[in-house]
Design a protein around this ligand. Structure first.
Ligand code: ADP
Length: 508
C-alpha cells in the first residue's frame, strides 16, 4: 500500500460496490479487477475502495489488516465511525470500509437487494471520500461505478473539493442503465447533499418522476468523464427506446460521454493455466478441451456416449435483460437439434427462479439437459471449457463478458446483436464482415425464430463441417479480449481530463 505511481503514472482511485473474486455479483466485479490490473501494469497507482461485506470471500484477500485510524463520516445529522481495513486482491491494494452504524449496513449476507440499499451506498460513498480526505490522498482520478457509488460525483464537488480534496477529476462508468437507484428526493439529505439545490431538472431530479432523485443522472451531470461499457450501448442509451429515461441527459452531456468495450482478465480466464479445469489446454492443442467436456458430462451425470454431440452452455444472471424466455426456448430447441444444454444461473427475481427450478426438476435425471441454479465460480470455468457453443440471447446487453470468456475457452458464441454483443460477436455467415473477425452466430430479432436461425446454423456447421468448425474454435481462442487496448482508452481519457484541469488552473 505504500507503492507510488511511476513518474509519468496517474494516481487513480476506484470506488465500487463489487470486485472479483472477493465480492462479485456480475460483470462489474470483473471490470474493477481487470481494468484495475491493466492500469496498474501501465504504471499507474490504482487503489480500490470497497464496502467490507460480511459475505466476501475473505480467503481471496491477502494480508488483510485493520488500520489504526478510525475514519468518521457524516450521516443523518451525526458522525459515525468507520473501521478501515487494507489488503491486496489480485495484486491490487484495496481499502475496505466497515461502518459502525447500528443498521449494520454491510452485515446482510448479500451484496445488494436490501430495502435500504440507497442508504447503505450513499453512506459508503461519503465514507470513501472521507477516507481519501483524512488520509491526505491527492488522487488525479476518482473513478466511481454504477448507481451505488454515483453519489461520489456530487459529494466531491459540493462538499469535498471545498474541504481540500481537490486534486481529482471525476470519472463515472455506468455498467447498466437499467439500475439507476432512484429514491424519494428527501433521502438524499442523509449523506449531506443539499436536496433543494440538487432536486432540479438540470441536476439530480429524475426525468420522469419529479419528486425523486436519480444518482446515475447526478453522476452524469457532475462527472468530468462519463463512460459506458461498449460503443454500441453508448449509442443505444442515447435513444428514447434504450436510454431508460436518461437519453436526454446523455445527449445534453454527450461531449464527455463515450463507450469503451470492456475486456476480460486474461490471467484469470486462461484455459492454459486455469486450475479449476480438469485439463489445461490451448488453441493449438484442443485435446484438453475434449477431456474437459467428458469431465463435465460425467460430473453432471449427462450422457457422454457421443463425443460429437454438441454441448451448449449458458452462464448468466436470470433476469429479463438476459432474454430468459429465449434461454428457456434454447434448452428445448437444443434438445430437438440433438445437442446437450448446461445452464448455470440464478435469479434475484422469485418468479423467474421458481420457473427455472420447475425446468430443472423436469430434467432432473435427463441425459442431455442440466440446470444448476446457483452462483458457482469453479463450475463456471468448467462449463466455458467443456461447451462447444455458448448462448447469450440478451434483450439488451451493455457489454457482456461471457461471450468473450466463451471464445477464450473455444466455445463459439451465439448472441443477439445488441450493445456490447454487437461489438464483439460477428456472424460467421455475414459476407459484409472481413473473414478474420467472424467468430460466432448472431441474430437480430429477440424472438424464437431469430434464435432458431442462429442456433440451427451453428449446429449445421458443427455437424457438417467439423474441420472448418475447429478452425473457427482456433480463431476464437486466439482473439485478443484482454484489457490492453481498452485500458489505453481509459488512460487517454484520464490524462486528457487531468491536463485540461491543469491548464485551467494555471490560467487563473
Ligand atoms: P452481468 O454483469 O450483466 O451479470 P456480464 O456478462 O457482464 O453480465 O458478466 C457476468 C459475469 O458473471 C461473468 O464473469 C460470468 O461468468 C459470471 N456469472 C454469471 N452468473 C454466474 C453464476 N451463476 N455462477 C458463476 N458465475 C456467474
Amino acid at each position: 500500500l505504500t507503492s507510488s505511481p511511476t513518474s509519468s503514472g496517474l494516481h487513480i482511485i476506484f470506488i465500487a460496490a463489487e470486485m472479483a473474486p472477493v465480492a462479485k455479483v456480475g460483470g462489474l466485479g470483473d471490470v474493477i479487477t481487470g481494468l484495475g490490473k491493466a492500469l496498474q501494469k501501465r504504471g499507474h497507482l490504482v487503489e480500490i475502495i470497497l464496502p467490507k461485506y460480511d459475505c466476501m470471500q475473505y480467503d481471496r484477500v491477502q494480508e488483510l489488516r485493520a488500520l489504526d485510524v478510525v475514519v468518521e463520516s457524516y450521516f443523518d445529522g451525526r458522525l459515525f465511525q468507520n473501521k478501515v481495513w487494507v489488503g491486496t486482491v489480485e495484486g491490487l491494494p484495496v481499502y475496505f470500509i466497515e461502518p459502525h452504524h447500528p443498521d449494520k449496513f454491510f452485515w446482510r449476507e448479500q451484496f445488494y437487494g436490501e430495502c435500504d440499499d440507497f442508504k447503505r451506498f450513499s453512506f459508503f460513498s461519503r465514507a470513501a471520500l472521507e477516507l481519501l480526505l483524512q488520509a491526505g490522498k491527492k488522487p488525479d482520478i476518482i473513478h466511481c461505478h454504477d448507481w451505488q457509488t454515483a453519489f461520489v460525483a456530487p459529494l466531491y464537488w459540493d462538499l469535498y473539493a471545498p474541504k481540500g480534496l481537490n486534486s481529482a477529476r471525476i470519472c463515472f462508468t455506468c455498467h447498466n442503465f437499467e439500475y439507476q437507484g432512484t429514491a424519494q428526493a428527501s433521502e438524499l439529505a442523509s449523506c449531506g447533499l443539499d436536496v433543494q439545490q440538487l432536486n432540479r431538472p438540470d441536476r439530480m431530479q429524475d426525468n420522469s418522476t419529479h419528486d425523486r432523485i436519480n444518482p446515475v443522472k447526478g453522476a452524469i451531470v457532475f462527472s468530468n468523464i462519463v463512460t459506458t461499457v461498449s460503443p454500441s450501448y453508448a449509442q443505444e442509451v442515447r435513444t428514447a427506446e434504450g436510454g431508460k429515461g436518461l437519453h436526454s441527459t446523455l445527449n445534453f452531456h454527450s461531449k464527455k460521454f463515450v463507450g469503451i468495450l470492456n475486456g476480460i482478465d486474461t490471467d484469470i480466464w486462461n484455459p492454459a493455466t486455469d486450475t479449476f479445469l480438469k485439463v489445461q489446454y490451448n488453441a493449438n492443442d484442443l485435446k484438453g478441451k475434449a477431456e474437459n467436456k467428458v469431465a463435465l458430462r460425467r460430473h453432471l451425470a449427462l450422457s457422454f456416449s457421443d463425443s460429437k454431440q454438441p454441448l451448449v452452455g449458458c452462464i448468466t444472471r436470470l433476469v429479463p435483460q438476459k432474454g430468459v424466455h429465449l434461454i428457456r426456448h434454447a434448452i428445448y430447441r437444443t434438445l430437438e437439434l440433438g445437442g446437450q444444454f448446461v445452464l448455470l444461473g440464478s435469479s434475484p427475481v422469485p418468479h423467474i427462479q421458481r420457473e427455472f427450478e420447475g425446468i430443472a426438476n423436469h430434467f432432473e435425471n435427463h441425459d442431455h439437459i442440466r440446470l444448476i441454479l446457483k452462483y458457482d465460480e469453479s463450475l463456471s470455468h468448467s462449463i466455458y471449457a467443456a461447451s462447444d457453443m455458448f448462448i447469450i440471447p440478451s434483450i439488451f446487453e451493455p457489454c457482456g463478458l461471457t461471450q468473450m470468456i466463451a471464445m477464450r475457452y473455444g466455445s463459439v458464441p451465439i448472441a443477439r446483436k445488441t450493445g456490447g454483443l454487437n461489438d464483439s460477436v460477428f456472424d460467421f455467415d455475414d459476407d459484409t464482415i472481413p473473414l478474420q473477425f467472424r467468430n460466432g452466430y448472431t441474430f437480430l430479432n429477440p424472438d424464437e425464430q431469430g434464435l432458431n436461425g442462429a442456433l440451427g446454423r451453428a449446429f449445421n456447421h458443427y455437424k457438417n463441417n467439423p474441420e472448418s468448425w475447429n478452425q473457427l474454435v482456433h480463431k476464437d481462442m486466439s482473439m485478443d479480449w484482454s484489457w490492453d487496448s481498452s485500458a489505453l482508452q481509459y488512460e487517454e481519457l484520464y490524462a486528457k481530463s487531468v491536463a485540461r484541469a491543469r491548464t485551467a488552473t494555471s490560467r487563473v
